[in-house]
Design a protein around this ligand. Structure first.
Ligand SMILES: C[S@@+](CC[C@H](N)C(=O)[O-])C[C@H]1O[C@@H](n2cnc3c(N)ncnc32)[C@H](O)[C@@H]1O
Length: 86
């Protein structure tokens, strides 16, 4: 969530028990760059979405990783707490 171009998705995609990583960010420009930076990894999909209005079905993910997002977008925390089991 809020993956930007950062290293979290590529690192997770190298873990042996991770089948698929979906990087979510509202910026198509950042995700375009993220795609280019991780093009050698085939288990990553990048999806343009705002964390305030997620369109994924319930139960779509086993784990949601949020890294250096909430301090930058403080209003997001209540929404995510409502929709992600912590
Ligand atoms: C400081 S960067 C962190 C990027 C990455 N998580 C990392 O650790 O390298 C914050 C990211 O949050 C994203 N972001 C901003 N508003 C957001 C929102 N409403 N929902 C999801 N992501 C958002 C930005 O586009 C940016 O990529």
């Amino acid at each position: 969530m809020g993956c930007g171009t950062g290293p979290v998705c590529p690192v997770l995609a190298t873990w042996p028990n991770v089948a698929k990583v979906v990087g979510v960010d509202p910026s198509p420009q950042l995700l375009d760059k993220a795609s280019k930076l991780s093009k050698r990894l085939d288990r990553i999909e990048y999806v343009v979405e705002d964390g305030n209005s997620l369109q994924f079905d319930d139960g779509s993910f086993d784990v949601v990783v949020i890294h250096t997002l909430l301090t930058h977008v403080p209003g997001l925390k209540p929404y995510l707490q409502k929709h992600i089991e912590c």
